[in-house]
Design a protein around this ligand. Structure first.
Ligand code: NAD
Ligand code: AKB
Length: 315
């Protein structure tokens, strides 16, 4: 049964995560209760599925008015500049990633909103963090502006929770793989491009080298994790910065080998670019035992199952 008590604003609804999250939230809460918003034009997959408004989250007043006009009770803030794009314009990335979050936290505090969701990333970790099974609490010294903004954002989330009692929840997503909407300028985007090129061209040139292992997750798992976290009883949420979240770990070579089980003639070669340094600074795998312990997180997709599903569904 849809829960009709909530009015939820999704900011950045036309992005890679936003499209799928908005559609899933509409199933749960009813189409009219999920207000999708973005700077961009409405995504074709959202058209006709519920309300859509144009919003620049950097404009705090417009956002505030929208919250009042629609009686918003929860906000999912997905607008951000991702790692690879962030390195091209670090000050802009810092400004957008931080100010968007502060605008949302501030209005949420002022209007007494029930819950806020804001994603962090494995990018908070840097070269001094353990590479394998990176723990929830460890040395955190990110070297990208994206990672620095995510780490600062986590501190702000915890601060608003401790100081003002705001119910802010967050996940450190791994690299997300999906076929419904395009990725937005990250280092893990290779793991999406490879499927498109495998289907369309039969070959792929990877910008990360063959044995670069990174934590990854298939989008259905990420959407389920987000909703399970947001629906968990507040007493179960012991981490108010951001939870480590694990799915799978693989390298470009592993994924190419898996694709070859379906497309035997598929070829891969490697022309490494500046994104290699970003990937090298991140963990190879993640310890998400805290998320498992606190609110029962359990991933469903491994590389084999994801590859089959991606190749079946990619147009
Ligand atoms: P994306 O770039 O695909 O989507 C972001 C959306 O925000 C875009 O549609 C963009 O138009 C919109 N946007 C940008 N600036 C805006 C503004 N000022 N006002 C309103 N909308 C604006 O990103 P995504 O992959 O969907 O990521 C969503 C969130 O999840 C981000 O915070 C990102 O850091 C985080 N995350 C994503 C991944 C991943 O692999 N996709 C992994 C870890 C964390
Ligand atoms: C990126 O590569 O920037 C994102 C992320 C892991 O945060 N996919």
């Amino acid at each position: 049964m849809p829960n009709r008590d909530e009015k939820i604003l999704v900011v950045g609804a036309c992005g890679q995560i936003g499209v799928e999250l908005t559609l899933q939230l509409r199933k749960i809460h009813g189409d009219g209760n999920i207000i999708a918003s973005d700077l961009r034009e409405e995504h074709p997959l959202l058209k006709g599925t519920g309300p859509y408004v144009s919003l620049d989250i950097m404009n705090k007043e417009t956002f505030h008015v929208l919250v009042l006009r629609y009686n918003i009770t929860q906000v999912y803030l997905l607008a951000a500049i991702l790692s690879a794009t962030g390195e091209k314009n670090p000050t802009l990335a810092w400004h957008i990633n931080m100010q968007s979050l502060l605008n949302v936290l501030d209005v949420a505090k002022e209007e007494g909103l029930k819950k806020i969701y804001w994603p962090s990333s494995i990018a908070v970790f840097g070269p001094s963090s353990p590479k394998e099974n990176t723990p929830q609490h460890t040395t955190i010294e990110p070297t990208t502006v994206y990672g620095i903004s995510k780490f600062a954002g986590e501190r702000w989330c915890e601060y608003y929770n401790t100081r003002y009692g705001l119910d802010v929840r967050s996940l450190r997503y791994p690299g997300l793989i999906s076929y419904k909407s395009q990725p937005g300028g990250g280092t893990t985007d290779y793991a999406i491009e490879i499927f498109h090129d495998a289907k369309n061209k039969g070959k792929y040139t990877s910008f990360l080298n063959a044995d670069t292992y990174l934590p990854m997750m298939y989008m259905p798992d990420a959407i389920r994790a987000t909703i399970e976290l947001m629906e968990a009883d507040a007493s179960k949420i012991s981490v108010r910065s951001s939870y480590n979240l694990g799915g799978m770990s693989f390298s470009p070579k592993d994924i190419a080998d898996e694709i070859r089980k379906h497309i035997p003639s598929f070829e891969i070669d490697y022309t490494v670019d500046s994104r290699q340094a970003i990937a090298d600074s991140w963990p190879r795998s993640i310890d998400d035992s805290k998320a498992k312990e606190d609110w029962g997180w359990k991933p469903e997709y491994d590389l084999e199952r994801m590859t089959k599903d991606m190749l079946e569904n990619l147009k």
